[in-house]
Design a binder for this molecule. Sequence first.
Ligand code: DAH
Length: 345
Amino acid sequence: MSLKQQVEGLEKEALELIEKASDLESLNSIRVEFLGKKGKLKSILKTLGKLSPEERREIGQLANRVKEELEERLREKEKLLREKALEEELKKKKIDITLPSAWIETGSSHPVISTLVEISEIFVSMGFSVAEGPEVEKELYNFDMLNIPPDHPARDMQDTFFINKKGYVLRTHTSPVQIRAMLTREPPVAVIAPGRVYRKDADPTHSPMFHQIEGLLIDENVTFRDLKGILKIFLESIFGKNVGIRFRPSYFPFTEPSAEVDISCSVCGGTGCRVCKGTGWLEILGCGMVDPNVFEAAGIDTEKYTGFAFGLGIERIAMLRYRINDIRLLFDNDMRFNHQFKGIR
Ligand code: DAH
C-alpha cells in the first residue's frame, strides 16, 4: 500500500470512529490514537524521509490537510457531545421553581441601638455633630476637669470601675467627651456624644454597662432658656407632643445651675402608678449651664462664652418607650425578646 493510500485509509478510519463516538472519553482516545505524539499519522510521516522530494511534498500536504480536517471534526463532535451531556444533566436535575425557598432568619436592630440612633438623629437635625471618646478614660477627664477633685464627695456618686493602669478608669459617664470636645474644638461647639459607660451596679434598673448620650453647646449668649427649648423639642419628638415636662433644681459638679428633667409618666399618664412610684413623673435626664470651673480647666474664655450640657441614659428611654420593666432583658440576648423589636425602625 502506497503512503498516500495509507494516509487516506487512516483518514477514513478516523472519520468513521469520530462519527460513532458517543462520549467525550472515547473521542479523546481517538484523538490520541490518530493525532497524538505517538499516533498513527506521526508514525506514517516518520517514513517520509525515504521518498523523493516531489512525493514528500505531496504526502506532506496531504497529511496536513488530513490533520486539519480531523482536528476540525474532533472539535465539532466534542461540542456536540458536551451539549448532549449538559442536556441530560439538566433533564436529571429538574428545578421546581414553584417550591418555596429556604427560610432565612433576618436580624433586627437592638432596641438600645435604635433608640440611640433615633436620639442622635433628632440632635443632628438641630445642627449638633457626633463626637466620640474612649471607654477606658483618663481620670483627669472623667473626674478632675469636670470639677470633681479626688477628695470630692461627688466621686462617690458614681461607682467607678478602676483598672490596673494608673490614672485611667472605665468611664462612668459620657461627660468626659465634653472635655475632649472643648480641648479639640473652637466655640461655637454643638456636639452630642453617645456611647457605653460603666458602673459597679446591678439590679432591675441598673446594669454595670449601659449607654448614655451627652450633649454640649457652647457659644456667646447661651442661656438656660436655650437649654429648655432644645430639650423640649427633643423630649416631644421622642415621647410625643403631649408629654409633660418639668425642670427640678439639682446638683452636678460640672454644671451651675443644674437641673433634673422629669416627664409625665408614660405608663399612667400622670395619675400615679408603680412605675412612677405614685408621683406621676419620671426622671429622665440631668442638665445645666456649664460650670465656669470646667471652662477654665479646658481653657475656654468664661467672659466670652457660656454653654449648657445634658446627659441621659439610653436604656431608660428605651425601657419607657417599649414598656420594658427590667434592664437586664436588654442584655440577656434572648432571641425571643430581641425578635419582638423587628421592624421597629
Ligand atoms: N454625667 C451625669 C451622670 O452620669 C449626667 C449629666 C448630668 C450630664 C448633668 C450632664 C449634665 O452633661 O449637665 O449622671
